[in-house]
Design a protein around this ligand. Structure first.
Ligand code: 48F
Length: 256
């Protein structure tokens, strides 16, 4: 006989233990798109304590929909090494261009990253950062559904040596830091530069170049890096996102 109360206790006790274990982290990643998942995988594989917070029910960000909800992703030659690290097969489309089924890609990124030791908290979003002096030192978290509804329920916090803003186009972690703290970012005029219109070639290069520390304790990756440091958008080509996540992990590993 299945006991409903045992089922409830199993969920509550296991989740509570998991959350408690992740209150003090090496890296707290915000956003479960390609750059966040890839960064989480390499950090976890290197033995770091890392958790990813995704405010939606499903991690994957902009990857599920390919281009205009046609669920194939394009990856250029440079991104293949990351796909291969995740065991994701790509089909040749023509010289230098490869396609990947987006559902296979997202599910494999998530599965491999979690198997490497990344803890993913879906349905939990970051609504603010924790500051220690002039440094970002953690996240202020709430249920994604609470954030969406605007119901005034107080959050909980986690501490981390680094935060990675992998929130895509809005760069929402860096945005809240600037809005609330008026800090000077590591950009030419100290402010978020903003994303530019589409140029796939430049955008792909820039998303990797722009992956770096934007403020003490706060790294940016993926499209958030282009929003913060100013870069073109690139649309549904994903090599840059994968490489950005890898670079974010490598740069933080060098400092941890
Ligand atoms: O946008 P997204 O996929 O991030 P990315 O790694 O990749 C961008 C590409 O998918 C695509 C592109 C083509 O190359 O430009 O857009 O830069 O995923 C960002 C994730 O962050 C979540 C959001 O729900 C999405 O899944 N997110 C955003 N703000 C928050 C958040 C927040 N405050 N807390 C938690 N999750």
């Amino acid at each position: 006989m299945l006991d409903e109360i045992v089922i409830s206790r199993a969920i509550i006790e296991t989740f509570t233990e998991k959350l408690t274990r992740n209150l003090d982290l090496d890296v707290a990643i915000v956003g479960g798109g390609p750059s966040g998942l890839v960064a989480g995988h390499y950090l976890a594989r290197a033995g770091k304590k890392v958790a990813l917070f995704e405010r939606n029910l499903a991690p994957g960000g902009g990857m599920w929909g390919g281009g205009m909800a046609m669920n194939e992703l394009v990856v250029q030659e440079e991104g293949l090494s990351v796909l291969s690290d995740f065991g994701i097969p790509a089909q040749v489309f023509c010289d230098g261009y490869y396609t990947v089924d987006s559902v296979l890609c997202v599910s494999s990124l998530v599965a491999r990253a979690v198997s490497s030791g990344l803890t993913v908290f879906n349905s939990i979003g970051a609504e603010d950062v924790v500051m220690t002096g002039e440094r970002v030192s953690g996240l202020v978290l709430n249920w994604g559904m609470v954030m969406k509804s605007g119901v005034p329920i107080d959050p909980l916090t986690v501490r981390s040596r680094f935060v990675l803003d992998a929130t895509g186009h809005p760069a929402s972690v860096t945005e809240v830091l600037c809005r609330k703290m008026g800090v000077r970012l590591n950009t030419p005029d100290g402010k978020m530069v903003g994303e530019r219109s589409m140029d796939a070639e430049k955008g792909e290069r820039q998303t990797v170049e722009n992956t770096r520390e934007a403020y003490p304790g706060l790294f940016v990756s993926g499209m958030a890096a282009n929003t913060v440091f100013g870069g073109y958008r690139m649309g549904p080509v994903f090599g840059g996102m994968l490489l950005s996540g890898k670079k974010a992990a490598q740069d933080m590993l060098a400092l941890l």
